[in-house]
Design a binder for this molecule. Sequence first.
Ligand code: 0O2
Length: 230
Amino acid sequence: MAITVSAAELRELRDEFERFLMEYRFGMQEVETKLGILRDEFQLVHDYNPIEHVTSRVKSPDSLVEKVQRKGVEPDFSSIREAITDIAGVRVTCSFVADAYRLFDLLTAQDDITVLAVKDYIAHPKQNGYKSLHAIVEVPVFLSSGRVDVPVEVQFRTIAMDFWASLEHKIYYKYDTKVPAELLDSLKDAAETAAELDDRMERLHSEIRGGSHVRPPQLRPVAPRPAIQA
Ligand code: 0O2
C-alpha cells in the first residue's frame, strides 16, 4: 500500500528527527565535558592522566533505523526514546583496567547523573572475548523549552580492549557476520593475550608509581560493581 506524504509533512518529519537527535548530541557533549574536567583535574592534582582518549558519536540514522527494526520497536519517537538507549555513545579509553573502573565510579557518583544500567563485560567478558564496562547514564540537558534527561551509553575500556574490539568489528563486517570458526577461535585467543598484557602493564605501572611517587587513587581497590545486567 503506497503512503502519500506531502512535502510539508516530510519537512516536518525531518525537523522532528533533527530535534530528536540534537538532544542526544547535547547529552553526549555534557558527558564529554564531565570527562574532560575529570581528566584535567586528575592531571593537575595527581600528576597523572587516567584517560588515553575519548571518542563519541550519535548513532547514524541508518544504524538507528536498523536497530529499531531488529528490536521490533514501534517506529515513533517516544517508543524509540524508551527502547534504544545507545543513540548517544561515549567511549573512554584508559591505559589500565583500574582506571576504567575509577572513571566509571567518578562519573556515576556525580549527583546529576542517574545510572540506568550497567553491563560489566570486563568482569564477565562476552563469549567472543569482548571486554568493556558499559553504563547507560542519564544526564540533564537544559533547552529553551526546559530540562530533558538524555540517556548516554558510556563504554570504559583499556587500550588493549579497544584494539581488540576494533579489529573484531572490522572482521565481523568483512565477513558480513559469518566469520569462519578458526578466525573466531584466534580472536578469542587474542582477547586472552590482550587481557594478559593489561595485567602485566598494570603491575609494572603500579610498581613504578608505588616507588617514589604518591600512589594515585585510581590504583586503590575499587568499590564492588553494581550487578551485571546482561
Ligand atoms: P556502534 O558502532 O558502537 O554503534 P545490541 O548488541 O546493540 O543489540 P545492546 O544491549 O544495546 O544490544 O548491546 P551492548 O551489549 O550494550 O553493546 C552495544 C555496543 O557495545 C555496540 O554498539 C558496540 O559498540 C559494543 N559491543 C558490544 N558487543 C561487542 C562485540 O562483541 N564486539 C565489538 N567490537 N563491540 C561490541 P553497536 O550499536 O553494535 O555499534
